[in-house]
Write a protein that binds this ligand. Structure first.
Ligand SMILES: Cc1cc2nc3c(=O)[nH]c(=O)nc-3n(C[C@H](O)[C@H](O)[C@H](O)COP(=O)(O)OP(=O)(O)OC[C@H]3O[C@@H](n4cnc5c(N)ncnc54)[C@H](O)[C@@H]3O)c2cc1C
Length: 275
């Protein structure tokens, strides 16, 4: 994350368990301006154990999708899992807790003329899938294929044709998104595929869409939302002399489109042992 963002205080107004894996959190964020893009994400910084107030160290924050925006009131769905400050806070969070919100961004770039959208996600991508489905333009066909630990994590996604895949191993790095992607029949006509989930799983799906299905580069967007090997990867990055930001900038400068840049970037990250 580059540049200093504006740090916005966010007060928790409601916390409720939505399912065994998901805690829904409502925040008041005075002055929030939405990007008006359905996979809008923000970096949230959570209070550490024993505190009700987030620190101002923005690098400790993590990306979360704004599931719903109503003026200054924002809803987030936080996945609970083993380890992690965000997940730990979600289990004990209460109204009145103070979080902070910094960076905002979006990755969803459905081309004009798309007649359908396929949203292939694990549990962390469900908030984005839900908002993308809700905010779809009239006439857009929305297909969601969601990998969640069990049937208890299913939820209503109005406006979408939904297939649920139950995989308790998804939380331990055993995502089957690539196998699932291979089994999905894409509709005819112009469309857009959005993929969000564990980093290695989504990388494999992107390779499949690009190099086997050979979809046009602007007809899909694939985002790694989390890493099952986060600690080991952070250690490898800390030990490495490679500047990951510079690696990406070089790939972008050499490539003719984002997908080619990602091919170059991932190849070089692999050589550096940083995939
Ligand atoms: C654009 C974007 C949008 C996102 N939107 C959401 C969202 O709406 N809701 C959401 O819950 N997450 C979302 N994520 C993912 C979230 O940022 C990560 O899961 C984050 O790492 C969680 O932080 P933590 O403090 O709980 O765990 P960390 O401190 O990052 O990690 C601690 C340990 O938990 C493991 N871990 C991290 N996340 C998970 C997980 N989901 N399941 C199992 N193990 C995990 C790590 O491998 C590590 O071992 C999004 C990510 C991106 C990039």
């Amino acid at each position: 994350m580059r540049g200093q963002p504006q740090v916005r205080p966010a007060e928790v107004v409601a916390v409720r368990t939505l399912s065994p894996s998901i805690v829904r959190v409502a925040l008041d964020v005075p002055g929030f301006e939405s990007l008006q893009v359905p996979d809008e994400g923000c970096v949230l910084t959570f209070p550490l154990d024993g505190s009700t107030v987030a620190g101002d160290d923005v690098e400790r924050g993590h990306w979360y999708t704004v599931r719903r925006v109503e003026g200054d009131r924002l809803t987030f769905d936080v996945i609970v899992h083993e380890g992690g400050a965000a997940s730990a806070w979600a289990r004990r969070g209460r109204p009145g807790d103070q979080l902070s919100l910094t960076y905002q961004n979006s990755w969803f770039t459905r081309p004009d003329g798309a007649e359908w959208q396929l949203l292939l996600v694990d549990t962390t991508g469900l908030p984005a899938a839900g908002r993308i489905a809700e905010e779809a333009p009239a006439g857009m066909r929305t297909i969601v294929v969601a990998e969640v630990p069990s049937a208890a994590d299913e939820q209503e996604l109005p406006g979408a044709e939904v297939t649920w895949v139950h995989n308790p191993e998804v939380v331990h790095g055993g995502s089957e998104l690539e196998r699932i992607a291979r089994e999905v029949q894409l509709p005819d006509g112009p469309g857009y595929v959005y993929v969000a989930g564990e980093a290695a799983a989504t990388r494999a799906v992107r390779k499949y869409l690009r190099h086997e299905l050979e979809l046009p580069a602007d007809s899909y967007g694939v985002i790694g939302y989390w890493r099952c090997d986060a600690a080991a990867w952070a250690e490898r990055v800390a030990r490495s002399t490679v500047d990951i930001g510079e690696l990406w900038e070089r790939a972008e400068a050499e490539a003719t489109d984002e997908q080619e840049a990602l091919d170059l970037y991932e190849e070089r990250l692999g050589h550096a042992g940083l995939l």
